[in-house]
Design a protein around this ligand. Structure first.
Ligand code: 2NL
Length: 357
């Protein structure tokens, strides 16, 4: 029995892995194992022989089982130690710099403009980009034969052949947002409506989608004088100037009466535009007193209420403030343009990214 014991305990001590251990377990204490077979022979022994062999076999079986369990644990420990050696991570290693996006100049300018008008008491109104004929044109006193309504200038949505309701349009200005606002919330009101607008145009200074911001102030006694003050406050804040002169030129829009185009003071020095100085003028927006027909369309009584409205291009404002000459730079997928004008974009690590590569 000592030989059996030595054979198995020695084998267990030398076993290299789980399967070797399992083989030894079956050979020793498995159903047909050597120790198990010896135990089965106990029945054939005399009581005296059994009294000696029984406890000895039991002790051997226990010893082998303990050795198996201990070796199994030792093998698991060794495997874990090996993984800990090979799978460690150096958490002190610096991260790789990642490409970061930054805000688009149009979004940035929208936020700047919104913040300035918020200080002047205007809140933001929003509405759908796909509009009905009524909100985009009729409610704004734009006659059925007005050129803006032509297929050539406006994107019309498709209607079924059999459907003769007027088609929806991609809004050509954010004025419909203001009509909807007056209808829903009534007057007095002071709102701005920034957002995307669409016109069938594409050249150096026009893209089919661009961004507009319109403003509307309605109360009992709002005048053009209030408009002039609000715009001058706005331009001084936007271009970071102490003051700026504006020039109002008589104009015509179907939705305002009287109407004025507004220029801001500027000069050209060595081919460079300087806003807020000199004796030159640059047109920046259209404006006027809201036409009585428009007020009535929005459910507002023009005998009781009046006010001003204005509209300007956000993209153009961004170009003026950040000196970007071609509108297409904003919407072109080639980001080198924006980078050229100082806007960090997708394929350039920003100053926040840490190590520059
Ligand atoms: C431009 C400048 C303008 C308005 C927009 C407006 C909005 C309502 C009522 C009356 Cl709800 N007017 N907006 C007014 C004047 C000019 O946009 O150059 N447009 C062609």
């Amino acid at each position: 029995m000592d030989a059996v014991k030595a054979k198995y305990l020695g084998g267990i001590a030398e076993a290299a892995d789980d399967s070797a251990l399992e083989e030894l377990r079956l050979a020793a204490v498995g159903k047909k194992g050597e120790v198990s077979l010896k135990m089965r022979e106990l029945g054939k022994m005399t009581p005296d022989e059994r009294q000696v062999a029984g406890p000895a076999l039991n002790a051997l079986k226990n010893e082998i089982n303990s050795a198996l369990a201990a070796k199994k644990e030792a093998l698991e420990d060794a495997a874990l130690n090996e993984r800990l050696q090979s799978e460690w991570i150096d958490v002190s290693l610096a991260g790789r710099p990642r490409r970061e996006g930054t805000i688009h100049p149009v979004s940035q300018v929208t936020e700047e403009v919104t913040a300035i008008f918020a200080d002047l008491g205007f809140s933001v109104a929003e509405g759908p980009q796909i509009e009905s004929d009524w909100y985009n044109f009729d409610a704004l006193n734009i006659a059925p034969e007005h050129p803006a309504r032509q297929e050539h200038d406006t994107f019309y949505m498709h209607r079924d052949e059999s459907d003769d309701r007027p088609p929806h349009v991609l809004r050509t200005h954010t004025s419909p947002v203001q009509i909807r606002h007056m209808e829903k919330h009534g007057v007095p009101c002071r709102i701005i409506a920034p957002g995307r607008v669409y016109r069938a145009d594409y050249d150096q200074t026009h893209t089919p989608m661009f961004h507009q911001i319109e403003g509307l102030a309605i109360d009992k006694d709002i005048s053009m004088a209030n408009l002039k003050w609000v715009l001058e406050e706005f331009f001084a804040a936007f271009f970071d100037l102490d003051g700026i002169k504006t020039r109002f030129r008589a104009s015509h829009f179907p939705f305002t009466e009287p109407s004025a185009e507004v220029d801001i003071q500027c000069s050209w020095v060595d081919g460079q535009l300087r806003i807020g100085e000199g004796d030159g003028w640059m047109e920046v927006l259209g404006s006027g007193m809201v036409h009585p027909h428009v007020l009535r369309s929005a459910g507002v009584d023009p005998d009781e209420w009046q006010g001003f409205a204005f509209g300007m291009g956000i993209d153009r404002l961004a170009m003026l403030k950040y000196g970007i000459p071609d509108l297409r730079a904003f919407f072109d997928s080639d980001l080198r343009w924006l980078r050229h004008y100082g806007f960090a974009c997708l394929d350039q690590p920003s100053i926040h990214a840490g190590v520059n590569r």
